[in-house]
Write a protein that binds this ligand. Structure first.
Ligand code: NAI
Length: 248
């Protein structure tokens, strides 16, 4: 079995997940990164980029809206690579609508991808991590789940649920060397936010203490710490990375 820690990142094809995978595979963290998203081709590009930089990466295509597929994917990573040290549940979707117009399908799709898949992935990862007596789980939530956001009842419900879920995992697995934290990003420049009108973006910037939108790398830096060997005393926390937008 290789000594290199294995890190599985979902939603690694673009945006925040891509930045997390790139950071974890870099010289600074030196993880063998397993790149997961729905389709293989963008992941193969990222794998080549990581390998060109001297890092290690493996590709796993998986539609995480299918919870059995998620479990199988996690189990196959642990058995094929001989270990699973880090799990970053980053993949997520939005299906925004005001409450009165929100369809059952919009509700179900968001809960399935943003919450149920995280349950399935953590349940499958728990066994290999407990066996190793080491694990780092980070679930990517959102400030929408902390303070709410009009049009996002489904998304805020799913992201908020990740806090209670992660704190429970932290309590259940803490004595086995497995930590579980949430990273809650604020407004980050990715495909998910690129269609926001300019006046909304300016309004948002005004509410951010550091007066800029976040970059995916800002989130990757927090995940790098929370998944490091040094972070063994950090668990059950919601780490809000939002430039001071929602600080109490
Ligand atoms: P994005 O839309 O740019 O990328 C989402 C990733 O998830 C893609 O790789 C996509 O392939 C993957 N994905 C979506 N559905 C999937 C499925 N069924 N199976 C497998 N993979 C799937 O999103 P972005 O902005 O990078 O967001 C990443 C995470 O950060 C999400 O959980 C999102 O909710 C959260 N977040 C983003 C914020 C932002 O401002 N961009 C703010 C707060 C949270």
């Amino acid at each position: 079995m290789s000594d290199t820690r294995v890190a599985l990142v979902t939603g690694a094809s673009r945006g925040i997940g891509r930045a997390i995978a790139t950071r974890l595979a870099s010289d600074r963290e030196a993880r063998h990164v397993v790149l997961c998203a729905r389709s293989e081709s963008p992941l193969n590009d990222l794998k080549s980029q990581i390998e060109d930089g001297g890092g290690q990466a493996t590709v796993r295509a998986c539609d995480i809206s299918d919870r059995e597929a998620v479990a199988q994917m996690v189990e196959s990573v642990a058995s094929d690579l001989g270990r699973l040290d880090i799990l970053v549940n980053n993949a997520g979707i939005t299906r925004d609508n005001l409450l009165m117009r929100m369809s059952d399908e919009e509700w179900d799709d968001v809960l399935r991808v943003n919450l149920t898949s995280v349950f399935a992935a953590c349940r499958a990862a728990a066994r290999p991590m407990m066996r190793q007596r080491f694990g780092r789980i980070v679930n990517i939530a959102s400030t929408s789940g902390l303070v709410g956001n009009s049009g996002q009842a489904n998304y805020a419900a799913a992201k908020s649920a990740l806090s209670g879920f992660s704190r429970t995992i932290a309590r259940e697995l803490g004595s086995k060397g497995v930590t579980c934290n949430v990273v809650a990003p604020g407004f980050i420049q990715t495909d998910m936010t690129k269609d926001l009108p300019e006046n909304i973006v300016e309004q948002v910037k005004g509410a951010i203490a550091v007066k800029r939108l976040g970059a995916p790398e800002d989130i990757a830096a927090a995940v790098a710490y929370a998944t490091s060997d040094d972070a063994g005393f950090l668990t059950g926390q919601v780490i809000t990375v939002d430039g001071g937008m929602t600080m109490a």
